[in-house]
Each structure stands twice: as C-alpha cells, then as structure tokens.
Design a protein around this ligand. Structure first.
Ligand code: BES
Ligand code: MN
Ligand code: ZN
Length: 499
C-alpha cells in the first residue's frame, strides 16, 4: 500500500505556492482575505468572479473547480457556510468534500488552506487528524483477489496551510496521528475483506508473525490447539471442532512503554467464517460472515497505528481465531464444555460462537495483568437492531473506562454508545445443566452476550465493543476498518499524547 504523505506549512503567499490543486474553503458572505485574496489575484480574479456571478456562494457543501493561476494548477473552492455555524461536524463534512473532489481530479498533490476556516483552536488539530485519516482511508482499494484491480489514485502528497496560531509541530503531530490511524483502518479493511478461503485462522497467524518480524518492539506468539487443550480452553476449541481449519490464539505484544508497565490489552473476535455451525445460518447474506473476524482485523489495525506512532505504552493484541462450521465433529446444541476459567457452558446455539472463543481469550489475557482490556467483536445481530451502523455497542464494568472509550470515539468520530450491563440481565443465561448457557432469552441479545463475557472479566477493567453494525457496509459490500479510529485515539490518549 503506497501512502499519501502529509505535512503542515505556514504559507506566506498563496499566489506563489506551487501545488497541483489548491483547496480553498470559503465562508459565505465573508469576502476574500489572506490566502484567498492572494490566490484570487494569482488567478486573475477568477474566485471573485465566481462569487460575483453567483456560480459559487460558499454555501456549506458547495464546491467549484477553477483553472489555476500563480503556483496553483487548479483551485478547488469549497463552501463552508456561515462562519459562526462552523463547528467540528461542519469541518468533517468539509474534509469529506475536499477528499471526494480532490480525488476526482488527476492531481498528485494538494494544498489545503485550512487557515481560511473559522474553527475554535482546540478543534483544528482534531480536524487535521480527521483529514489525514480520511484521505488515507479513501485511498484504500481491494486488490488481493481481483485480476484487474481498479487503478490506484494519483494523490501522493497533501500539504496543509495552517494559521499562525497553530504551532507547526502540533499540526504535524495531528497529521501523523491521522495518517497512522488511516493506515490502521486500511490494514483492518484489507484483512476483513479477504474471503474466508484465504483468510483462515492460519492466515491470520502468519500475518501476525509478519507484523512481528517487521518491528523489533513487537513479539508474536501463536498458540496451537494442542497448547489450548493443555490450558483447558474447552470453550474456544468447541468452536473449531467442526472445521478442518485448526483454531489459533494469536498474541502480539508491543513493548513501547517501560518494562513491567501494565499493558492495555485488545482482544479481537477472529471467526474467519461463521456458518453458524450445527445451528446453521440461513443462506441469505451468509457470505458476509467472512467479516466475522472484523474485531481481530481492528486489533491488527490499531496495533499497526500504535507501532507507527511509537506510543510509549505497552499493548497486547490477542486474536481468537477459528472457523465455525458444521460437520460430524462439530459441537451440537446441548453440548456442555468447560472453559479455561473452570466455568461450564451449555451450548444451546452453536451460532453464538463469538462469546465462546472470547471467554477463553479473556481468561488467558489475565496473565498480562492488564491496565485495561477491551474486546472487539462482531458479536450480535441484535446490536444492529439496537444501534444500526452509526454506533458500536459499548459495555464496560468500570465507568471510567467506558467514559474514556466514549470520549475517544467522539474525538475520532468513530462513535460508540453505552448499553447497560445490569445484573437483572444476567439471569437469562441460567442453565439447568451447566454454570451458564451461551444464549439468553429472545430480548436484549446484545446485552446478554455482553453479560456472558462479563463473567470472565470480573477482576479487571474490561470493556466490550460490539461492532456487528459498524465493521462492514452491505452496499457496496466492504469492511469499514472500524473501530480502528476509536481504538487508536484511545491508545493515544493512554499514552498522554492527546492533541
Ligand atoms: N457473527 C454473528 C453476529 C452477526 C450477525 C454479526 C449478523 C453481524 C451480522 C454471531 O456469531 C451470531 O451469529 N450471533 C447470533 C447470536 C444468537 C444465536 C444468540 C445472532 O446475533 O443471531
Ligand atoms: Mn454466529
Ligand atoms: Zn459470529
């Protein structure tokens, strides 16, 4: 994947600054000043003409591509609406528009005059991080299994003209953070988009080893089924029992912090295909169950971003990888298994397999004495019913951790919404034949799934992100790379590097 390079500059004279595409945001009714006036003069008054003729009125969402002048080959005018209504959300929309319109040109570089917008000073770095992340994520294309992939975009470099009020160092840091997050998003998309016959548990294990080889602060360990059996992971192994693909428990340790400092642990659901097992799913859209390792993909993506940013913290990424298939050796409804924790589970539905692999991975994670542990999983269809695709479902057994994750999601605009983990819901997991059943009643399926997981995390700061609705889009089909944005921001915050 070739990357777009980002940098921040203060531009003395926009008229002479060279670029293939000058991106000029303008507020409605504000006239032309500073860089805008310089560009206008350089292009022979083309901008003021467009305003006078009414071809462009700087309404929010409006855009106009003009021939360039001076050092700029093209000038892209972007409407920002009224200055006093321009907030973070409006700035994000502006970035989205800029990305869409710049990518529609053949420009290999762009110069974005973000210094023209009226934003509160604390919103500017956040906007720069968003711009870099979304530019990077927009450049993603899937190539792995198509013989003639669509051509790569032309854009190689984005320079941002920042106002004097923002130190260049800070602007550069925001761009670097966004770029790393965007790359992480693309890493996650690439893994999640792969078909189930390519991206098997073994494939994920090999990718992890590759990731470890490329980074001296990363060490990787893969636990095979034999080792998992010795550890007593009867729950995880019950999921791979029906498949020819052996399960893998993948551990990626990043040591960016002090030795012995407690790590932040990310645990990803890595079901490389979820047929439902003996509780077979209906046929419609079953292909989308190749995305059932989206949580695992986000662990890879967030780790890639953390490593790139050299975050001074310790992180452990754990991926519980398995394929859920029906066969003569598959687990059956009614089977009882013993998890690594010693708790027994009656498997009433083999399609509720995510929690079965996660509970053993969560028990295993205790050995790292985590400062926090977050699992990420395409866990329940019920989460899509509750929240749709805009928010990931969030559960936590500590309010502080929940608030940190909600804040990270807001900051990165990769949002989550908290749902309750009240005791009242726990009773639906009662079983006559084991310590618990793996499914609850008909209601609140996303909550009862989280309740199941919570029983394996009582001793530490734990949160669970249900990304069933946010991890991929149905039309056009494709992984979104979420919640890598949220996770990266969370890790950046833990490292004390907040923008
Ligand atoms: N991977 C699915 C959840 C899922 C379904 C995510 C559809 C995205 C779209 C999970 O393993 C599953 O099958 N969950 C069941 C649980 C039920 C059997 C209690 C579900 O949601 O139907
Ligand atoms: Mn399932
Ligand atoms: Zn699943």
């Amino acid at each position: 994947m070739s990357r777009i390079r980002f940098s921040a500059r203060s531009i003395d004279n926009a008229g002479t600054a060279t670029t293939a595409c000058a991106v000029l945001p303008l507020h409605a009714g504000a006239g032309l000043s500073g860089s805008a006036r310089e560009l206008d003069e350089a292009c022979g008054g083309g901008i003021s003409d467009a305003l006078k003729l009414g071809d462009f009125s700087a309404k929010a969402g409006e855009s106009l591509l003009l021939p360039g002048g001076g050092g700029a080959r093209r000038i892209l005018l972007l409407g920002c609406g009224e200055a006093d209504k321009f907030d973070r959300a409006a700035a994000r929309k502006l970035c989205d528009k800029a990305i869409q319109k710049v990518r529609a040109t053949q420009a290999a570089d762009a110069l974005v005059y973000i210094n023209q917008v009226k934003l509160k000073s604390q919103d500017l770095p956040v906007t720069l991080a968003y711009l870099a992340r979304e530019f990077t994520a927009a450049s993603y294309r899937y190539t792995a299994t198509v013989s003639k992939p669509r051509p790569a975009g032309k854009l190689r470099r984005v320079v941002v003209a920042v106002p004097g009020s923002l130190p260049l160092r800070l602007a550069g840091r925001a761009l670097a953070q966004g770029s790393a997050a965007g790359h992480g998003v693309n890493v996650a998309k690439d893994l999640a988009n792969l078909p189930g016959n390519v991206c098997t548990p073994n494939y994920l294990a090999r990718e992890a080893r590759k990731f470890g080889r490329g980074n001296d602060k990363v060490s990787v360990q893969v636990l095979e089924e034999k080792k998992m059996r010795e550890l007593g992971m009867g729950s995880l192994l019950s999921v791979s029992a029906g498949s020819r693909e052996p399960a893998k428990l993948i551990v990626m340790q990043y040591s960016g912090g002090k030795r012995g400092e407690q790590p932040h642990v990310l645990v990803g659901k890595g079901i490389t295909f979820d047929s439902g097992g003996i509780s077979l799913k209906p046929g419609a859209k079953m292909d989308e169950m190749k995305f059932d390792m989206g949580g695992a993909a986000s662990v890879f993506g967030a780790l890639a971003a953390a490593v790139e940013l050299k975050l001074p913290i310790n992180i452990v990424g754990i991926v519980a990888a398995a394929e859920n298939m029906p066969s003569g050796t598959a687990t059956k409804p009614g089977d009882v298994v013993t998890s690594m924790s010693g708790k027994t589970i009656e498997i009433l539905n083999t399609d509720a397999e995510g929690r079965l692999v996660l509970c053993d991975a969560l028990t295993y994670a205790a050995r790292y004495k985590p400062a926090s542990i977050i699992d990420i999983a395409t866990l329940t269809g019920a989460c899509i019913v509750a929240l749709g695709s805009h928010a990931s479902g969030l559960f936590a057994n500590k309010d502080e951790l929940a608030e940190q994750l909600l804040a990270a999601g807001e900051e990165a605009h990769d949002r989550a919404w908290r749902l309750p983990l009240w005791d009242d819901y726990q009773s639906s997991l009662k079983s006559n034949f084991a310590d618990m059943a793996n499914i609850g009643g008909p209601g609140a399926g996303t909550i009862t799934a989280a309740c199941f997981l919570s029983r394996f995390c009582e001793d530490y700061n734990w949160a669970h992100l249900d990304i069933a609705g946010s991890a991929w889009d149905g039309a056009p089909k494709g992984a979104t790379g979420r919640p890598v944005g949220l996770l990266t921001q969370y890790l950046v915050d833990r490292a004390g590097k907040t923008l």
